[in-house]
Design a protein around this ligand. Sequence first.
Ligand SMILES: [Zn+2]
Length: 467
Amino acid sequence: MATNIYIYSLFYLFIYFTSTNGFIPQPIIADGGQSSDSITHTEITQLGFIRTLCRYLYDTRIVPNKNNTVNKNPQDYFAKQHTIDDCYKLAHPEYSDAQVTLYTGPMKFALDLVMTHNALVDFDPKTKKLSSAHCDSEAFPNCSRRIIQLKKTVVDDVLNNKTDLTNAHTSLGQLLHTLQDFYSHSNWVELNKTDVNILIGQNETIGTVAAPDQATCTNNGCVTKTQDCSIWQRITLRKCPLVYYDCTNNILPEIINKQLLTSGYLLDQMTDSNGIISKPLNLSKCSHGSVSDESTSIPAIGGINKDSTNLIFSPHANLHFIAVEYAINATERFLNDLRKQFGDEKFGHLFLIDPTDIAAKAVEDEVAKGKRFRFFTPLVTASLNKSTGFLMDLKNTLTKTINSITSIFNNIFPSGKANIPTFDLSDLGINIEDMSNSDAAPYLFASKNTGRKKRLIDARRQQKINK
Ligand SMILES: [Zn+2]
């Protein structure tokens, strides 16, 4: 009986995820208790940040400090898996664990704000269908322009020594979302590129784009799949059976041969001037593709997104990890470029890497009063070494993240502990009982409030009955 209650509660706690707008915004635990192995926007951001931070601490604290006796062999340092605390401890061997926690607090909350505003791009009504925010619908110049404009806020606020960096952190999170989506929504990976696109966020022209009237995809190469749905899928996806596509080599050879950029279309997306942009009919453009993308059945059928490892949401699921690798590299590169542009002192200021005692204590006090991370997960590790063990890094990260989430459900951690993220955006005006939000990203809305989730499920059922 106890086991049945456990399984019953898991049914309510475990969310099955649907995404239309990019790498999934937060870690998920899939239907039936199987863990998903997709990497999320917030994890990509944290992984890129760890690499940049650890390099910064190595250059500015570890190497110059003659009294620091840690192994300074760069090969060892850069090959090893580090959490933020690991690098901070190596940089400050004189600190106790309590001091490391104290002095990294402001930086972790700054990063958490960046990660939050990255995730919000998929929920905010102003951006969730905006093509340029997700590099969809071949809106590449708009996509790069958006990054350039948001970057300007970051640069201006830092160079003007603003004390309130909320806008800078918000803009940085938003632009990183777009930068990361480029790799899962465009055909950059399918063009067999060997490095990130260094023009994004620099120039409005980031490559030669397929012409507006040029076909980019073909029905050939996509296999239609049909699958019965679970009860949870029936409630969240409102489609049964599930029809989706497994696509390989569905991008036209002339697009690949001429190295033309394209990205997937959807229905009823928004242009920068608030116009509507939908997948054109009779033109064989590529779809984004997902069980929740209505354009996926319009020729060319299928799609090209690499947002997840699940074919139900991503017709190019087999390329997910390559897209993730590019997205992490691009994130790290962007942050390293900011450091170069600002200089070390101002870069340190942007991320509150060396807070004053007063600032650190203020954050500590807020934590004592219950302040929590929304997405930042202390256990996530990254190595700076790009070439070896990359997939292993990702899998390690994922296992730790999933374990920490599972531990919330299993109450291994005492409630109120600051180091378990809430995955909750409800304090930022995201209505979790709004069905359109749960369609965009069914979500660990209520890890501490199962009542709300139960209401969401009940509302879904009611809606189903009323249809
Ligand atoms: Zn997106």
